[in-house]
Every structure is written in structure tokens, then in C-alpha cells.
Write a protein that binds this ligand. Structure first.
Ligand SMILES: Nc1ncnc2c1ncn2[C@@H]1O[C@H](COP(=O)(O)OP(=O)(O)OP(=O)(O)O)[C@@H](O)[C@H]1O
Length: 227
């Protein structure tokens, strides 16, 4: 489902004499449907950079990233948006709050934009919000004023509303209490068991061991290693 071949990345620091910093070279990674792979490696090794390239936020210098049939590296912005809508989900640690949109709708949006009827979309949103312990009195309010933890859980509910065939998870259990952490682990297991290909960064070692089939240390993709 996710196939990365010969991927390289450099950063050009335009405010520092256009210095070119190579951070990744000849990366390979393949994730099958129903498989969960954890990216590991010390701080600065390139885990977030790889995730951002897979999602299409960072452009690769060379190589390919196929999500199904689409190569993110050469895809047009329109193709990337279509892929993000129907195929590739990304659960980051933080919610990007759109002012004045009620929480129920924030969570239902990925379903509404892919053609699920309003009643079904809201029912799914409400079930996720309940599972993640967001009190019902908050569902009709915008999450703008919610606590950090509440916003994080709304973001997770939104990320799991639609059944994406491929899913990127950036520290999904960071700073959750035990009960909500367990709910999130179950949501990830459910996604994996329905056949999603999952790539994640999990500093939570117990979560990694429970969920992931493999660990891939991105240090192996450092340019000095690949040379
Ligand atoms: N936008 C950027 N511009 C320049 N260099 C960057 C940029 N983003 C990342 N880097 C560099 O790329 C390297 C990899 O960073 P990255 O954030 O991917 O590491 P990481 O493994 O996710 O680390 P951590 O576990 O600390 O989050 C680092 O040396 C970092 O300084």
C-alpha cells in the first residue's frame, strides 16, 4: 500500500547562504495492508521528515513514494488533495482548529467530504467523541476553547472517522491518560485489523510493541550511511 524507493531529501537554508543539508538518502520502506510499522531512531534522525514526505508536505530530492498507484513525489497538488481525502490519513498531535465549526462537524468532516450522509457521519462522529470521553455538552461547541488534551482527543476522533487505506500516526498516545490511551490503542488496532497500512512514530514503547509488526530505524537512511 505504501512503497518508498530510493528516497532522498535535502534542506536548503535560504537564510543561511543557501546552504544545502542532506538529511536522507536511498530510503526504502514497504508497508502492506494490515501492517503497522514504527519509525524509530534518535532525535534528529529523520522520523518526522520522512512522515512529512509521505504526506506530501515536504518534497523529496529524488526517489518515489507510492501510496497505491499514486507517486506523491511527482503528484500534482490536486492529486495530493484527492489522495488525502480518500486514501491517506494523518493523525498529528495537534488539532488545527477552524474557528466557529462545532466539534461534531470537525470530526464528521472527513466523512462528509467523501460522500457519507450527514446522519451517518454525525452518528460516527458522536460515537468516536463518546469513546474518547469528550463530554456531550461540548459537541456543539467549537474546540477553539478546549483544553490541550481535549483538542488532542478531538483530533484523534477526526483522524479515525474515515476508514483510510493508509494512515500516518505522529505520537498518537502522547500525553493521554491511561483510559484514553487504551481507547486510542484500540482504534489503531481496529484500523490495522480492517486492513489499513500504518506508519507511526511512537515514543510510547509499550504501544509500539503492542501495535507494530516491525520497527524501521531511519538512522539507516542517513546520507553518510547510504554513501
Ligand atoms: N524544515 C527544516 N529545515 C531544515 N532542516 C530541517 C527541517 N526539518 C528537519 N530538519 C533537519 O532534518 C533532520 C531530521 O529532523 P526530524 O525532525 O525529521 O528528526 P526526528 O527523527 O523526527 O527527531 P525528533 O525525534 O526529535 O522529533 C534534523 O537534522 C533537522 O535539523
Amino acid at each position: 500500500m505504501i512503497r518508498i524507493e530510493n528516497l532522498s531529501k535535502t534542506f536548503t537554508l535560504h537564510n543561511q547562504g543557501s546552504a544545502v543539508i542532506p538529511v536522507m538518502a536511498k530510503a526504502h520502506l514497504s508497508v502492506a495492508p494490515g501492517e503497522c510499522v514504527a519509525l524509530t531512531g534518535s532525535s534528529g534522525a529523520g522520523k518526522s521528515t520522512l512522515m512529512r514526505m509521505i504526506y506530501g508536505n515536504y518534497l523529496a530530492a529524488a526517489g518515489s513514494i507510492h501510496i497505491g498507484e499514486t507517486d506523491i513525489v511527482t503528484a500534482t497538488p490536486r492529486e495530493i488533495l484527492r489522495l488525502r481525502r480518500h486514501t491517506l490519513g494523518y493523525v498529528s498531535q495537534f488539532l488545527r482548529v477552524v474557528p466557529r465549526v462545532p466539534t461534531r462537524e470537525v470530526v464528521a468532516e472527513p466523512l462528509l467530504v467523501t460522500g457519507t450522509g450527514r446522519q451517518d457521519a454525525f452518528a460516527r462522529a458522536e460515537s468516536l467523541l463518546a469513546r474518547l470521553n469528550i463530554p456531550e455538552r461540548l459537541w456543539s461547541l467549537s474546540p477553539t476553547t478546549f483544553s490541550g488534551g481535549e483538542q488532542q482527543r478531538v483530533n484523534i476522533a477526526r483522524g479515525f472517522a474515515y476508514d483510510y487505506p493508509a494512515l500516518l500516526l505522529d505520537e498518537p498516545t502522547a500525553s493521554l491518560d491511561a483510559q484514553n490511551r487504551e481507547t486510542v490503542l484500540r482504534l489503531i488496532e481496529e484500523a490495522r485489523d480492517r486492513g489499513a497500512a500504518i506508519v507511526g512514530i511512537f515514543h510510547d514503547e509499550a504501544a509500539r510493541e503492542r501495535l507494530c509488526d516491525r520497527e524501521v530505524d531511519v538512522t539507516a537512511f542517513r546520507p553518510e550511511r547510504a554513501a
